[in-house]
Design a protein around this ligand. Structure first.
Ligand code: ACO
Length: 185
């Protein structure tokens, strides 16, 4: 079945990969986030997440290079991932990568698109360190405690729950979150 198209298309520098069993026959590609498509990212995040992200979030996204991407399905923008680098406690040579948002529009889920984005982030995190730059040693994120699909998704990709964070989202009825981590490098 071809999922319905959603009118969020744009021109893109996306690369094409058609090697995943679930999206064979479809064009799937990751694209950079630029000032020209930042509006698309904001619309996606508004649909995907209950949290409203401040302007500073989107300013930082433009600075993080390969750690923020939009995903295209048959040239339609259907999902995105945004991460930020954080210093690792007590180390000048190591840093952590926080996955702030990763989401795929509902009609396009279970097609391997979330996995494509996470695979890209993991590949980038595992690249050899540039001289003088701290190396990424851990990926982590928070998931609302009732978000079963996200918990299953991250566990499938080797993340482990390391903490229950009570009242992490005080603005929501379900306010608890789980912290999940994956050690890399
Ligand atoms: N139920 C159970 N397992 C699931 C589900 C689900 N609904 N969705 C994904 N998985 C697991 C499965 O093991 C799946 O493999 P399978 O399809 O072979 O069984 C595996 O994850 C990979 O699934 P993908 O198709 O790559 O994942 P998808 O593209 O559907 O994206 C995501 C998963 C991002 C969690 C999607 O459901 C989504 O966008 N949800 C809404 C936004 C969201 O909650 N994002 C996470 C918030 S927290 C954060 O990212 C920091």
């Amino acid at each position: 079945m071809t999922p319905p198209a959603i009118d969020m298309s744009s021109t893109t520098t996306a690369t094409t990969t058609e090697d995943k069993p679930k999206n064979v026959g479809f064009r799937v590609g990751l694209g950079d986030i630029t000032p020209n498509n930042l509006g698309q990212l904001k619309r996606l995040n508004t649909v995907l997440f209950p949290v409203v992200y401040a302007p500073g979030f989107y300013k930082d996204v433009l600075e993080v290079g390969e750690f923020a991407k939009i995903i295209y399905f048959n040239d339609v923008c259907v999902g995105a991932v945004c991460c930020r680098k954080e210093p690792a406690a007590g180390s000048a040579t190591e840093q952590n990568l926080y996955i702030a948002t990763l989401g795929v529009l509902a009609p396009y889920r279970r097609l391997g698109l979330g996995s494509e984005m996470l695979k890209h982030i993991l590949e980038q995190a595992n690249l050899p360190v540039v001289a003088g730059q701290p190396k990424i040693v851990k990926l982590y994120l928070h998931v609302q405690s009732n978000n079963e699909e996200a918990l299953e998704f991250y566990k499938k990709h080797g993340f482990e729950v390391t903490e229950k964070c009570e009242n992490y989202y005080p603005q929501f009825e379900v306010s608890d979150a789980f912290k999940l981590e994956k050690i890399v490098n």
